[in-house]
Design a protein around this ligand. Structure first.
Ligand SMILES: Cc1cc2nc3c(=O)[nH]c(=O)nc-3n(C[C@H](O)[C@H](O)[C@H](O)COP(=O)(O)O)c2cc1C
Length: 323
């Protein structure tokens, strides 16, 4: 089993949440996270990237953190184009999304939908590796329809110079329902010749400790919703203890003000800003005992000035969830 010192924690890619504003703020005010994956970049029908995606990977917006851009593709041409684009920006690793479960994506043979088509995965990756010099890691689920799909994918990845496999042990059709399928993660450990990293449902110290003993040789844990709910989670996992309460409030206040100020300069009009902050509180409200009540209160807010005032008051006064 890896020693604790060798364990790496990363922030999972999450569309709509973990953009560069969020990544920089959590790094500056809270810390602990070793590397950050961007939400997926995808070429539009006209072959270009959205401006918001271009901005998200600009080196000047990611100076202080280790960032791995993620792409959502299903053919070699797009993958080669995006890998080379990102390599020119200075990135030396690109992560390919073979896990997105949403039917709109999966139906187009993208994300976890591509797992039903192992030969398409092989062709895309084989051609890509001939033309790019960045490291390529893959983030995937067990399959789209069944957990057996991965059994045809892993041998393909084993044969190619894939640098790492990050597995979220659910199938696409699960979306986020039920428990992650730990026993299937273990089965993949037995057949993978690559570095296999774990992602899914790590929300507290006891779950992490269980997973560590159950999964043994995993040296990279990727965490998504657990960090959105508790930005101190990695700090707590690394230190085996929860951050002191007054320090927590202070840091949370600075983190929140930072994202609030950044989004207020980026987003035009109160309603966009208010919607964005309320999206963040859908998860951040879990920092507090009265999660439900707090989130309902936030959702009712219409004005940015009121949003800022109420959020600050919540952070200063509401009882923190002790886990
Ligand atoms: C709102 C949301 C957006 C997500 N966006 C992405 C994405 O862009 N790329 C990706 O690979 N996974 C995406 N995911 C999946 C997460 O990266 C992660 O695999 C999943 O949430 C399970 O990990 P967790 O239990 O630690 O959250 C998203 C998940 C959520 C909830």
């Amino acid at each position: 089993m890896e020693t604790e010192d060798n364990i790496i924690f990363s922030l999972a890619p999450m569309q709509g949440y973990t953009d560069y504003v969020y990544r920089n703020a959590i790094n500056k005010y809270i810390g602990g996270i070793d590397k950050y994956y961007t939400p997926y970049l995808r070429l539009q029908n006209d072959g270009t990237l959205k401006n918001k995606d271009i901005k998200d990977v600009l080196p000047e917006n990611n100076k202080l953190i280790k960032v791995i851009p993620q792409i959502l593709t299903n053919n070699a041409a797009d993958t080669i184009y995006l890998c080379n684009y990102l390599n020119e920006l200075g990135y030396n690793e690109v992560n390919i999304n073979l896990g997105c479960p949403y039917p709109m994506v999966a139906k187009r043979n993208l994300g976890s939908g591509l797992l039903e088509h192992p030969e398409q995965v092989r062709k895309m990756l084989e051609e890509t590796f001939k033309k790019v010099s960045v490291d390529i890691s893959v983030k995937l689920r067990l399959g789209y329809n069944t957990h057996k799909e991965i059994l045809d994918i892993i041998p393909i990845l084993n044969e190619l110079p894939v640098s790492e496999i990050i597995l979220h042990p659910r199938i696409g059709k699960d979306l986020y329902k039920n428990e992650a399928r730990y026993e299937h993660f273990k089965a993949v450990q037995d057949i993978s010749a690559k570095k296999l990293s774990y992602n899914g449902d790590i929300e507290n110290l006891s779950r992490y400790i269980n997973l560590r003993s159950m999964l043994g040789n995993v040296s990279h844990f990727m965490i998504g919703r657990g960090i959105l709910k508790n930005p101190f989670l990695v700090h707590d996992l690394k230190n085996n203890i929860s951050e002191n309460e007054s320090i927590k409030r202070e840091k949370l206040q600075s983190f929140h003000s930072d994202i609030f100020d950044n989004y207020s300069t980026q987003l035009s009009g109160d309603s966009h800003l208010v919607n964005k902050i309320s999206l963040i509180w859908e998860y951040l409200s879990y920092m507090f005992n009265n999660q439900n009540k707090i989130y309902k209160r936030i959702k009712k807010i219409k004005k940015a000035s009121e949003m800022s005032h109420i959020c600050n008051e919540i952070i200063a006064n509401e009882e923190l969830y002790a886990g």
